[in-house]
Design a protein around this ligand. Structure first.
Ligand code: GAP
Length: 444
């Protein structure tokens, strides 16, 4: 994992937040390549969930919401983790931290940080929502929360979207946005952070049909993830045991990935029943039921939710793409080890890099022209620094799928070499056909 974190910093994927001040705990910033990778993932999600489906509408709800939303949703009372403190070293842990030996609150319990016995407090519930104040007075009545999930913005807009879009049940609402959780034990780079982005879709269905839709969305989401190029053997399903279920869920499956630090969830499919809409109807006094015109029945829809973290999905994509390889006989730099991100070309931050073989004989001028032409369509990079082998290695680490080299032959026959990041094979392509060539390679 350290290797990936260091590559992410070296190549400009992810930096620690406020690093010059020593960093802010478990908050991360995306650099020039990271922002492109995450944007490509989000755009792909949006395209498949919203644009390619007639039965799903998009939404962008505000992060700040009426505080009653979080009371009705059960988050004020139930979105908690059990927390224990060490009275000796003042460290805090989740009560179920596997490093804790013994029973917290009892003399036998041993602090995992300082090793002292009997200093861990009994567990107490700690709410994970960040609080802030709305308006000039910092008082209890002015408390509002930073949303811990985007889903509630969808529920409170369910009627607005239904009426304005003229959708009929079954239909869904999708949204991508920031969420915040004051996690007690964050960590593992961008796996568990305090500020993150979710890609969530709530699918509203007729009660009784939720089982069928649940299976439908499980299959769809796995297919989508495989389409990102994630190796199938690195993913598995985990069904929640009754004790594991979130306060709103009747059934839930996680999609787990085998990270370098073990199997962990990165997306969930949840059967939320009518829990949220029913509670909002009751708390707001506003009717949220649905009239089925065909049968004249009224009901509160059930919800099947698909909930993914954009950051965690980006981490999966990075972990899955990271390889160390011996490269044999590739010009300069051959016979040595390379680090390469084998990202699916359409997800890669840079689609191609353009290199003049040497900085003379008219090559830089031609290379610049090609670069200017390509960057009108694609995010491409120009690099004339150092040996060609070193330039290839830098782009391998960035996950750039194609390296375009302008050499002596280019000035004679207007062809360039295109080097494939994964196979290392080079083909000669007419420079006038490069846009078409890239379009074909990036189609999936
Ligand atoms: N609306 C349902 C919901 O929020 P969740 O399982 O708590 O469900 C869904 O979160 C997804 O959001 C997770 O699978 C993960 O990808 C992402 N996520 C949750 N907490 C996170 C955190 N602290 N840091 C990064 N991603 C997180």
């Amino acid at each position: 994992m350290e290797k990936l974190v260091s590559l992410a910093k070296r190549r400009g994927f992810v930096f620690q937040s406020s690093e010059i001040y020593g960093g802010l705990g478990s908050v991360w910033d995306y650099g020039p390549l990271g922002v492109e990778l995450k944007k490509n993932i989000k755009e792909r999600w949006w395209r498949s969930m919203v644009h390619e489906r007639e039965d799903i509408e998009g939404l962008d709800a505000a992060i700040l919401m009426h505080p009653k939303v979080w009371e009705a949703s059960g988050h004020v009372a139930g979105f908690t983790d059990p927390l224990v403190d060490c009275k000796h070293c003042k460290n805090r842990f989740r009560a179920d931290d596997p490093r804790i030996k013994g029973t917290p609150g009892q003399p036998d319990a041993q602090c995992p940080a300082c090793g002292t016995k009997g200093t861990l407090t009994a567990p107490r519930q700690f709410n994970l929502m960040f609080k802030t104040f709305m308006g000039p007075v910092e008082e209890q009545a002015a408390v509002i929360y930073m949303r811990p999930e985007t889903a509630q913005g969808i529920y409170v807009n369910y009627l607005n979207v239904l009426q304005s879009s003229r959708q009929k049940i079954p239909f869904g609402i999708a949204q991508i946005g920031k969420a915040f959780r004051n996690e007690i034990t964050p960590g593992n780079f961008i796996f568990r952070t305090r500020e993150f982005e979710q890609m969530e879709m709530q699918f509203f269905v007729k009660p009784g049909s939720e089982g069928e839709w649940f299976e439908f969305w499980r299959a769809e989401r796995l297919k989508w993830l495989q389409g990102l190029g994630i190796r199938a053997e690195k993913m598995r399903w985990h069904q929640h045991e009754p004790g594991e279920l979130a306060h709103y869920a009747k059934d839930a499956y996680d999609i787990e990935y085998e990270f370098p630090f073990g199997w962990h969830e990165f997306e969930g499919i949840h059967n939320r029943t009518d829990f949220d809409l029913k509670n909002h109807q009751q708390a707001s006094g506003k009717k949220l039921d649905y009239l089925d015109a065909a049968t004249n029945e009224r009901f509160i829809p059930y919800v099947v939710e698909t909930s993914a973290g954009a950051d965690r999905t980006a981490l999966v994509v990075l972990c899955d793409a990271y390889r160390e390889e011996n490269v044999e006989g590739e010009g300069e730099g051959g016979g040595e080890q390379r680090v390469v991100l084998k990202l699916k070309p359409s997800l890669a931050p840079l689609k191609a890099a353009v290199f003049p073989l040497v900085n003379k004989d008219g090559m830089p001028e031609v290379a610049r022209r090609i670069y200017d032409d390509l960057r009108r369509r694609y995010n491409v990079f120009y690099d004339d620094g150092g040996s060609i082998g070193r330039r290839y290695r830098r782009q391998d680490e960035a996950g750039t799928p194609f390296g375009i080299t302008i050499d002596g032959q280019t000035t004679q026959d207007q062809t360039v070499t295109v080097r494939d990041r994964d196979t290392l094979k080079q083909v000669r392509v007419a420079s006038s056909g490069l846009v078409e060539y890239l379009k074909e390679q990036l189609a999936t």
